[in-house]
Unconditional design. Structure first.
Length: 123
């Protein structure tokens, strides 16, 4: 195997940096718009449970600016980079919308009450 010269190493590094510079804007352009793409509000009874969802103003990166409730208790939801949603109840089963996340949580709870989830650990 031939030795890697300084010139070849610099050429390879420059080519890699150029390819990365071109790939980053393309990746950003294809990412979903979290702030401008908020789902519509909903309020319905699903399997005897009242589920509600609405855009929220205090949305950090975990909530995507959207609040979901099951029988008045907040169900913490998060929007993934690919546009799918997960909740604290069905974390490993991404769904297409906050409404679908609320329905999946009701299904998973099987009649049990949703308990409040603390935003931060107590000190």
């Amino acid at each position: 195997m031939p030795d890697l010269s300084r010139r070849r190493a610099l050429t390879a590094a420059t080519a890699l940096a150029g390819a990365t510079a071109l790939a980053v804007p393309a990746a950003r352009a294809s990412a979903p718009a979290h702030d401008h793409d908020s789902p519509a509000a909903f309020d319905e009874v699903y399997r005897g449970r009242r589920i509600q969802g609405r855009p929220s103003s205090g949305g950090g990166h975990h909530h995507g600016g959207y609040a979901v409730f099951v029988d008045g208790v907040e169900l913490h939801v998060m929007r993934n980079a690919d546009g799918t949603w997960i909740s604290v109840v069905s974390h490993y089963d991404p769904v297409s919308s906050p409404r679908a996340a609320a329905r999946a949580a009701v299904d998973e709870l099987q009649g049990a009450r949703l308990l409040p989830f603390p935003a931060s650990p107590a000190n």
